[in-house]
Structure formats: structure tokens, C-alpha cells
Design a protein around this ligand. Structure first.
Ligand SMILES: Nc1ncnc2c1ncn2[C@@H]1O[C@H](COP(=O)(O)OP(=O)(O)OP(=O)(O)O)[C@@H](O)[C@H]1O
Ligand SMILES: [Mg+2]
Length: 342
């Protein structure tokens, strides 16, 4: 039951906004997280798949079948939005059983199924409650139960947790992930919370301005971002402009570092990506890529310290993170410097 988008193009009428040449496959049972800045087209992607927007070019296949001519309710897609969007005139069980009712499932069977799903999302005793008696987190669990009740071919989650506070969010993350696995649901999860994406997803797709920038495992997206936009969006980083000075040597203006230059030519402009946690505090004087300077700011985060380290001839301090802060010098192992061309 894979979901496959092939060269999908879409424009909101009269605008330049939408999706451009969008190709992506979500494997059967996979949870693929879609991340990107506000306005990058994440919700648009879900609207096209669910049928809430139409008139795109290219093809969208669900389980090998072209969905373009299928009306929304025949697509067998479960959707959960950020705002709870439950039906206020139905009780909790009525909401969960709604899709089954549309499909002609008899009342007794609907009630049984609703009860079963509510148990699964930890809301077993709420079946007869009215929607406005529920907290935000509880409403999202009901919305999830409703989406799963129809045994969907695909599950589309559009920022399902973003309106909730941090504690319940972390708990629901795990719950959604385990239910998604249990149902083997082929899932697109839209979020702008990168931690949510990295922790929940099998793979992460990063988009910007309606274009897919990169898709890969959370580890790949974090450690090997394809370009600057991906690196900036996922995780904290120092992105430092430099020129290739020689084989495995870059000149940043304020220092020269050893870094893997590959087959780039001398003089080529590159961006050196260095994650804060890869900066070593107060290394031995003989350490490779050692840079002297001073501590400019320090933030205690509990398990680690995040700090700014100022170096001579560089206006912006370097952002670093570790068990303790550097006082006099830092070092960056060449293995932890990733050069980007754009
Ligand atoms: N109905 C619409 N008509 C015209 N333009 C729209 C419409 N809906 C969205 N857009 C535009 O399309 C672009 C993508 O919007 P979309 O809602 O997909 O972004 P998003 O990635 O979901 O953002 P967010 O993180 O803020 O939810 C934006 O520039 C937005 O202004
Ligand atoms: Mg959106």
C-alpha cells in the first residue's frame, strides 16, 4: 500500500504558491515525516493526497491506483489535522464511527469498533462523552482513533501535536508511533518540529518553497544534509563560508582548517557545516584544527552546556555544545566538518 507521487505540480489559482515537480514514495507501513519552514507546502501536499485540493499535474498513486479521479471519501485515507476538527454534534464514539457509518457499517459493529479504537488510544471510558468535555490531547487521540477506524490505506497527519503542550506531546508521539506500527499504516506526518520528525520517522523529507530538497533517514538528513537549506532547518549548526586552499585544507579567513575537500578545485567557495556538539572544548595544544579564543556566552541546558565561543578576526562567535564549556580553545575534528557547495 505504498503512496507514490510522481512529478506532481500544483498552483493555487492566481498565485505562484503550490508544489513543483514533487516526486516522493512512502513505502508500505512507513512513517515519513515532512518538514520545512512555514509556507513551504507541507499542508498543500496533504491536501492533494487527501483530495481537499484538486487540479494537479503529474500522478498520485495509492497502492498502485491513480487517485485523481476518486472522490475524497472513496480514497480510504485517514486524516488528522492540527486543530481537532471533531464533529461537535456527535459524541466521542460517534466521531470515531463516523467514517464507518459513511461506509454502511451497521450500528452495533460501529460501536464495537469505536470502543476497540478508543481503548487503543487510551480513551476507553470516554465513548459517551461529548467532544467539548475533552482536553486538546484527548481530542487528538479521538481524531487519531477516527482516522484509524476506517482501516485507511494511508494516514495523513498534519501537525497533529503542535497545539499541545510539551509533556503530552512527547507522550502522544510515542503513542502515535506505536499505533502506526501496529496498524502498519503508510503515513505522512507533517510537522515543523524537527525533533518530532527525527524521533518518530522512518524517513524524513525536507521541503522548501514547494520543492522537495532531500529525503532520507533521520541520521542521513542530520549528518549529511544535501545543502545549506536542509542543514539550517535540521538541528543547530555553524555554517561557515570558506575557500578550498589545498587538498583537504580550507581557508575561512580567520583560520585555516583541515577538512575533507574531495575533488573540489583550489579556490572553490564552500560552506563548512559544523554541528555544535562536535566542537571539542579546551583540547590539547597539539590537537588538529585547534583555535584559540574565549568564552562569550554560556547557557546551561541540564545535560549539556551550549555556549558561544569567540575567536579573533571573526565577528560571529562559534556555537558549541558539550558537557562543559571551552575557556581558551576549541578543536574541530576534520571528520566532523562537512563541506557543502551551496
Ligand atoms: N488556499 C490557498 N490559496 C492561495 N494560496 C495558498 C492557499 N493555501 C496555501 N497557500 C499558499 O501556499 C503556500 C504553501 O502553503 P501550505 O499551507 O502548504 O504551507 P505549510 O508548509 O503547510 O506551512 P505551515 O507550516 O505554516 O502550516 C504558502 O505560500 C501559502 O500562502
Ligand atoms: Mg501547514
Amino acid at each position: 500500500m505504498s503512496l507514490k507521487l510522481d512529478q506532481v505540480g500544483y498552483r493555487y489559482p492566481g498565485t505562484s504558491h503550490g508544489l513543483t515537480d514533487f516526486t516522493l514514495e512512502v513505502q508500505t507501513g512507513e512513517l515519513l515525516a515532512v518538514v520545512g519552514p512555514s509556507g513551504s507546502g507541507k499542508s498543500t501536499l496533504l491536501k492533494l493526497v487527501s483530495g481537499l485540493a484538486s487540479g494537479y499535474s503529474g500522478t498520485i498513486l495509492l497502492h498502485g491506483e491513480d487517485i485523481s479521479s476518486k472522490p475524497v471519501h472513496k480514497r480510504d485515507i485517514g486524516v488528522v489535522f492540527q486543530s481537532y476538527a471533531l464533529f461537535p454534534h456527535l459524541d466521542v464514539a460517534g466521531n470515531v464511527g463516523y467514517g464507518l457509518k459513511l461506509r454502511g457499517v451497521p450500528a452495533a459493529e460501529r460501536a464495537r469498533k469505536a470502543k476497540e479504537l478508543l481503548e487503543l488510544v487510551g480513551m476507553g471510558d470516554a465513548a459517551a462523552k461529548s467532544v467539548d468535555q475533552l482536553s486538546g490531547g484527548q481530542q487528538q487521540r479521538v481524531a487519531l482513533a477516527r482516522a484509524l477506524a476506517i482501516g485507511p490505506k494511508a494516514l495523513l497527519l498534519d501537525e497533529p501535536l503542535s497545539a499541545l503542550d510539551a509533556g503530552i506531546r512527547a507522550h502522544l508521539r510515542d503513542q502515535i508511533r506505536s499505533l502506526q506500527r501496529r496498524f502498519g499504516a503508510t503515513t505522512l506526518l507533517v510537522t515543523h518540529d524537527q525533533e518530532e520528525a527525527l524521533t518518530m520517522a522512518d524517513r524524513v523529507a525536507v521541503m522548501k518553497d514547494g520543492v522537495l530538497l532531500q529525503v532520507g533517514s533521520p541520521e542521513t538528513i542530520y549528518a549529511e544534509p544535501a545543502n545549506r537549506a536542509v542543514a539550517e532547518f535540521i538541528g543547530l549548526s555553524n555554517i561557515l563560508e570558506a575557500k578550498v586552499r589545498g587538498q583537504d585544507e580550507i581557508d575561512l579567513g580567520w583560520t585555516i582548517l583541515h577538512a575533507p575537500t574531495g575533488n573540489r578545485l583550489i579556490g572553490a567557495t564552500v560552506q563548512a557545516l559544523i554541528r555544535p556538539e562536535h566542537i571539542q572544548a579546551d583540547p590539547e595544544t597539539s590537537a588538529i584544527n585547534r583555535v584559540a579564543g574565549h568564552l562569550a556566552a554560556r547557557r546551561y541546558l541540564g545535560p549539556v552546556v551550549r555556549y558561544d565561543f569567540s575567536v579573533p578576526d571573526k565577528a560571529e562567535p562559534i556555537l558549541a555544545e558539550g558537557l562543559r564549556e571551552a575557556r581558551e580553545s576549541i578543536a574541530i575534528s576534520p571528520d566532523h566538518i562537512r563541506l557543502l557547495d551551496s
